[in-house]
Design a protein around this ligand. Structure first.
Ligand code: ATP
Ligand code: MG
Length: 281
């Protein structure tokens, strides 16, 4: 297991009349080398949880183990936190709003300076990261503010990739993108995972859960309410989770109910279903 969350609780505005419990005795594990989606209705504690995974927030009680790092309620020594942030990086929602340098390459290289890299080394790494997100040389000297929404987001992701984290967390990575832009980002995520990165996605999109995730965690009112595979989730009664089962999965379930020999665990996209139907004599 890459990550273990052990009985973690956290409140905002502690000891004030407005105290909000954001996580309440939450425990689960996230597998190494896989794509895991964290879902749950708005305010269920997803963003709070991911910020703990790289020490931006510390739990009030319980602890998190991330490979050989540990995040507890004690203030950690800064040096170790810095290493953790290199090991686990978060792409926040709408990361393109945080672009600010005058050129794309400078923006991507910016984070690397914190790790003591020289200017030319960080620019070199920035170029490699831009290549990974599919942006070629012609983008290096452009202003990030003149790019399309999808391109800006790829620049922002490149800034995180340049740091080369082992574990990459993306909060709503396709929010606000058109279908083409979303597909590019999702393909990039799959490619990064194929190259060995552990990926954690926070999403409200059940098609992303079905098509792209190996494992899914559901948070509900600050507590864990499900952990398992997407097909296990979508086969359950999900009426309490305010989620919409993808149409493709509903259709596959219906076929199975009508005695067609469908292996539900293996249905992730239309091609999987077509291939299984072709097998049926
Ligand atoms: N900075 C903050 N100060 C006070 N309360 C907060 C703060 N951030 C979040 N909360 C509260 O903590 C709870 C959990 O919030 P969190 O942002 O983790 O939810 P989320 O699952 O990420 O929601 P969303 O899907 O809307 O992004 C909510 O009740 C929220 O109102
Ligand atoms: Mg959130």
């Amino acid at each position: 297991m890459a990550i273990k969350i052990n009985d973690v609780s956290f409140s905002y505005l502690k000891k004030t009349p407005n105290e909000v419990k954001a996580l309440d005795h939450v425990s689960f594990e996230i597998p190494k080398g896989k794509i895991t989606s964290i879902i749950g209705h708005t305010g269920s504690g997803k963003s709070t949880l991911i910020q703990m995974l790289n020490g931006l927030l510390l739990p009030d009680s319980g602890f998190l183990e991330i490979d050989d790092f540990k995040v507890t309620s004690e203030k950690r020594k800064n040096k170790r936190i810095k290493d953790l942030r290199k090991h686990v990086s978060i792409v926040f929602q709408f990361p393109e709003y945080q672009l600010f340098e005058e050129t794309v390459e400078k923006d991507v290289a910016f984070g690397l300076k914190n790790y003591g890299l020289k200017e030319n080394e960080s620019i070199e790494k920035a170029h490699l990261a831009l290549k990974e997100v599919g942006l070629d040389k012609s983008f290096y000297k452009r202003s990030p503010f003149e790019l399309s929404g999808g391109e800006k987001r790829r620049v922002a992701i490149a800034g995180i990739l340049a740091i080369d984290p082992e574990i990459l967390i993306l909060d709503e990575p396709t929010a606000g993108l058109d279908p083409k832009g979303s597909e590019l980002i999702l393909n990039l995520i799959k490619e990064l995972n194929r190259n060995g990165k552990t990926i954690i996605l926070v999403t409200h999109d059940m098609n992303i859960v079905l098509n792209h995730s190996d494992y899914v965690i559901v948070l509900n009112d600050s507590t864990l309410s499900f952990k398992g595979t997407p097909s296990e989730l979508f086969t359950r009664d999900v009426s309490n989770y305010s989620i919409e089962i993808p149409e493709l999965f509903k259709f596959a379930l219906l076929l199975k109910e009508h005695q067609l020999n469908i292996d539900i665990e293996k249905i992730k996209n239309v091609d999987d279903l077509i291939n299984q139907l072709k097998e049926i004599k």
